[in-house]
Ligand binder design. Structure first.
Ligand code: FES
Length: 156
């Protein structure tokens, strides 16, 4: 078994010699771009081998890198096999960041105190559309960009 350590998370995983770095990445529970499914066609699974011995076909897949990048250990995770213990850096551009869905939040009631019954609002409906439930008088206000500078809304 060979130990592959991934930087910057420092996650370690043991794999059989001859496994691809992509296998190790996935077994370590990390998510990286594999747009072509590991066929060596997209060039999105780029990692940098910092130490250890690997097998990577530069003739076939070197087109994704400059000579300097190859000299620094850049390779495709899906086309590089693990031959010894490795330390592999996964750049941010290769990692798929965890996406979080906001399922809870905090609502804040807004109270308006005005005397005239008219109020001028400046808003950009593209950036911050005014919800009609908060401003019922604005429900008919145009949301077109050209009409976004100033709307006169009647509040009751
Ligand atoms: S996943 Fe496409 S080149 Fe590696």
């Amino acid at each position: 078994m060979r130990t592959v350590t991934f930087i910057p998370s420092y996650r370690k995983i043991e794999v059989e010699p001859g496994s691809t770095i992509l296998d190790a990445v996935q077994r370590a529970g990390l998510n990286i771009n594999v747009v072509c499914g590991g066929l060596g066609k997209c060039g999105k699974c780029i990692v940098h081998v910092q130490s250890g011995k690997t097998n990577f076909d530069r003739e076939k897949f070197g087109r994704f890198f400059t000579e300097d990048e190859l000299a620094l250990g850049s390779c495709l995770a899906c086309q590089t096999t693990v031959e010894s213990d490795l330390q592999v850096f996964i750049p941010e551009s290769t990692l798929i960041q965890e996406q979080k869905i906001l399922v809870d939040g905090q609502e804040t009631a807004i109270e308006f105190h005005h005397r005239s019954g008219n109020i001028m609002l400046n808003f950009n409906p593209q950036l911050s559309p005014i919800p009609p439930r908060i401003f019922p008088g604005c429900s008919g206000a145009s949301r077109k960009p050209e009409a976004r500078l100033q709307k006169k809304c009647m509040l009751r």
